[in-house]
Design a binder for this molecule. Sequence first.
Ligand code: TYD
Length: 147
Amino acid sequence: MSINAHTSASTGDCRIVSLERFGDLAGTLSVVENGSASPLGYDVRRVYYLFDVPAQASRGGHSHHEQSEFLVAVSGSFDVTLDDGATQTVHRLNRPDRGLLIKPGIWRTIDNFSAGAVCLVLSSGVYDESDYVRSYDEFMTLSAGKR
Ligand code: TYD
């Protein structure tokens, strides 16, 4: 396990990624694939999604040592707040053809879910609890060099 990501991570390195769209009168398709055509810079090793989230609920509340994640509002909308220990940014996700790429070492919270919202997450790693930092105090300690 490395703490390097937390010392170097910046909210400015996280970005909105627009996905390719294939549309016609029958609707629209967007795609993410592994390999050289990937818009994410990593191969996806895990897919999960949040749904049935109450409007007042807050999800996330952690950072990762090594894993990157790409969040897409495939339905509805929600806010993602990113925190690198010195700077916070808020992104409202509300389109299935645009997502937010979150680098390692960034604390994220997700809230203000609309009714029926679905948050799709494409992760660079399989589920590994040791990759999580779930204590905000620990996150701030790991990120301390930036303040
Ligand atoms: P958690 O990481 O707390 O969700 P979030 O950060 O979105 O609020 O995960 C909730 C539960 O689901 C927790 O018991 C761990 C489990 N879980 C898995 O088993 N595998 C996974 O890939 C994820 C993301 C969570």
